[in-house]
Design a protein around this ligand. Structure first.
Ligand SMILES: Nc1ncnc2c1ncn2[C@@H]1O[C@H](COP(=O)(O)OP(=O)(O)OP(=O)(O)O)[C@@H](O)[C@H]1O
Ligand SMILES: [Mg+2]
Length: 258
């Protein structure tokens, strides 16, 4: 199958600190890939190298390549702002723009991208909120602030905002860790629907969640505290959770680690 993302020999630093080392992996289109592994192994760092957010952190730099549909995101001709539009991101804590209405939160990225007629904006906002399974809950209060929604609704609002600009890839860093179990299931169902249209990479500490939502799972680990994180194993999720190739993966998923 064609690879949407192809990472090779990727090492990422925060100033002198090497956070992840020599990561090579691929991500297939229209699939969900889960990143799992202990705290500090570099899951968030790797995720942020996939849309050039890593370099926004002072001292953040990378070596190696990340190809998106065969184009190296790190080549000098590539504009990081365009990359971030193509590769969207949803964060751990829902972060709607607090002073903006629900409508404006979803429309924000589109407005940055250029001029839209009011009717076009209406259509995209409705479609995105429907895509994020939030439309029915907010359609009568689109002009109310996004910050007035529940945590789970705010996270779906952030997903609506991310998908409104039609990214090719959606990166999600522990998107459910601040949510209750019902909102978590709503987001998981949504991920299942979104993968029909987008390529999704999700970081999670929840093994059941990785097993439920992902097609492939990547396990990362550290050889010792302070050492860079490495990719230990990437395989079909069913295989990672039933019969992984590496003992460290088995130990981690069964809770025998540390
Ligand atoms: N802004 C930063 N400045 C300096 N070092 C950082 C920064 N962010 C992360 N690091 C370091 O990079 C390494 C990887 O961190 P990262 O946040 O990617 O891990 P993680 O796997 O996402 O952990 P968690 O599961 O706790 O979210 C750690 O050693 C961490 O201390
Ligand atoms: Mg993290």
């Amino acid at each position: 199958m064609a690879k949407r993302i192809d990472v090779s020999g990727l090492t990422a630093y925060y100033s002198a600190h090497k956070a992840i080392e020599d990561i090579s992996m691929t991500v297939e289109p229209r699939s969900v890939t889960a990143f799992i592994g202990p705290s500090g192994c570099g899951k968030s760092t790797l995720l942020r190298t996939l849309n050039r957010m890593h370099e926004v952190t002072p001292g953040g730099r990378v070596e190696g390549k990340v190809l998106l549909d065969d184009e190296n995101l790190y080549s000098s001709s590539v504009d990081p702002v365009t990359v971030r539009r193509t590769v969207g991101m949803v964060f751990q804590r829902p972060n709607p723009f607090p002073t903006m209405s629900i409508f404006d939160n979803v429309a924000a990225g589109l407005r940055l991208n250029g001029r839209y007629k009011k009717s076009e904006l209406n259509d995209v906002v409705e479609k995105s909120l429907k895509g994020a399974n939030l439309w029915n809950e907010v359609k009568d209060r689109l002009n109310k602030p996004g910050s007035g929604l529940s945590g789970g609704q705010q996270q779906r609002l952030c997903i609506a905002r991310a998908i409104a600009v039609e990214p090719q890839v959606l990166l999600m860093d522990e998107p459910c860790s601040a949510l209750d179990p019902i909102s978590t299931l709503a987001i998981e169902d949504l991920i299942g629907e979104l993968k029909e249209r987008f390529t999704i990479v999700i970081v999670t500490h929840n093994m059941q969640q990785a097993a439920r939502v992902s097609d492939r799972t990547a396990f990362f680990n550290l050889s010792a505290v302070g050492q860079p994180g490495r990719l230990i194993e990437l395989d079909e999720t069913s295989r990672i959770f039933s019969n992984p190739s590496v003992q460290a993966t088995e130990d981690y998923i069964s809770g025998r680690f540390g």
